[in-house]
Design a protein around this ligand. Sequence first.
Ligand SMILES: CC(=O)N[C@@H](CC(=O)O)C(=O)NC[C@H](CC1(C(=O)N[C@@H](Cc2ccc(O)cc2)C(=O)O)CCCC1)C(=O)O
Ligand SMILES: [Zn+2]
Length: 591
Amino acid sequence: EFYNETQAKMFLKFYEQTAQVVLNEFMEATWNYVTNITKRNRQTMLQKEAERSQFMLYFGSRARLFKTDHFQDPEVKRMLSKLQNVDKSALPTEDLREYNRLLTYMETAYSTAEVCLHEGPCLSLEPDLQEIMAKSRDQKELVWAWQGWRDAVGRQIRPTFDYYVHLSNKAAQYNGYKDMGDLWRSKYESDTLEQDLEKLFEELQPLYLNLHAYVRRSLYRYYGPEIIHLRGPIPAHLLGNMWAQSWDNILDLVLPYPKKPPEDITKIMRDQHWKPDKMFQEANIFFTSMGLLPAPPDFWIKSMLERPTDGREVECHASAWKFYKSDDVRVKKCTEVTIEDLLSIFHQMGHIQYFLQFQNLSIIYQEGASPAFEEAVGSVITLSASSHKHLLNRGLLSQPNQDSEEEVNFLLGIALEKIAFIPFSYMIDVFRWKVFDGTITKSLYNQEWWNFRLKYQGLCPPVPRSEEDFDPGAKFHISASVPYIRYFLSLVLQFQLHEALCRAAGHEGPLHQCDIYNSKVAGKMLGNTLKLGSSRPWQEILKEMTGESNVSTKALLTYFKPLLTWLVDENMKQGDILGWPDFSCSFEGKK
Ligand SMILES: CC(=O)N[C@@H](CC(=O)O)C(=O)NC[C@H](CC1(C(=O)N[C@@H](Cc2ccc(O)cc2)C(=O)O)CCCC1)C(=O)O
Ligand SMILES: [Zn+2]
């Protein structure tokens, strides 16, 4: 048993020196696989993962031997406690090999799935099926894409999912947690997390219910009473997105003032010959305009910014990567020239900025203050980048100002992305936590999934579902075992940070007109927060930056106040009710 603090410090120093090599090799092998899905690259990745796990287990188990109660240095205690959670590496060798095979199988099944037309071409999710879900207004075609994707992915993943759950829980228990949900929640260093989340969700309900009622009315006008019930849930294939998680693609169907449509920025980008590289440069310029760090040379050399044209199979789900090597950070994205992809690139470059800002910390602290902070950084910048003022200033809009009706149109567009996302981002992990804790057993997976979709989002499947289906698996993060509650918390946090940065930048006027571009003061404030990584509890970091030590919906509600007023008034005028008391789905009762 090691006792003294000096030995603990030497132990941590030793970890630092050796971890960098092991983690770098693991990241390179994983990158090589996801950017070139071959059997050989899979084998190499699994081999490097096994080495990483052995390494983490060695240090994790030894970190438990220190009795830190009487240690003086809080850093040593924090670092040792972080080292102790080794996640799946705690599994016995055979179980770990099986678990990694499972994880790779599920994620690869998702990434290579396609839907084939009769003797016609096969369509991938990105960009083909996403394009149909976003643009088609033919509800039969939408049902075809919606169902086709779930048949192609969900059914492949269903048979393995409960074994994944079993091994996940086993790994969590080896780390001293009740189940994997418990381990995932522990990242937030809070013993009131679930209650806090529920409170945030309740506070945002009025906003969501009013948006839901308004969108339902608009879809009723377009698709008719056969398809839409004004007192019922909305069919999930009509919302412009494969998972109905964000509804910004149906803005044209629900525009409050159709006589004042917003300019088509995708068209403007294409007319100006934008290319993926320029889109990443545009995001990079935003960060450097605030005095934040530029993407380093390796980023431009080693990233995969477009889907390869040499026939390679790749994982197209966008992601940002760090390699535990100074200035080696990359993005993998199958970029299309659209405004949606441009804004998503700001999100990825937010991850990159965090990686660059904390790269001089101990490896143990090279992560976000919490997973929600990691997700919020890029989204905060996106709030400024999507403002009318910024897009005008960058030549992506030509209309100089917005009258009050155009402002409602604008806010509705942002709400379709952000407010629609509230219940979706909340329920994904509330569902998974119940799967991990055994409340939701294998024979109930799909019907419980649709109970949650109805309860939280007020949605219905467009066609009957059964336990042959596994609709949760049709979402990347569930197939790839990536936690999701980070995105719900980030949704609230990003407005809180946006408000603090706008105040620091000296912004006056409505929050939704703020653009922190070029603000060195805001840049300094944000940079100082990112430099801390996870070296301090996120509550302290939040307090230092915003004065508040808890996530608060105040800023989000301020941002959307003008829209909520308009929605409440509009729903009253239409006599629309909030919620979906008649909860039957339209195909039910129909023979
Ligand atoms: C090596 C690795 O995995 N790295 C991590 C980062 C890290 O952990 O360091 C990473 O890059 N994760 C990928 C993920 C990608 C995206 C995503 O999945 N988004 C969610 C939710 C959402 C939706 C709308 C939105 O505006 C913002 C988020 C979804 O699409 O459902 C896809 C488009 C946007 C972000 C990401 O960037 O978070
Ligand atoms: Zn992210």
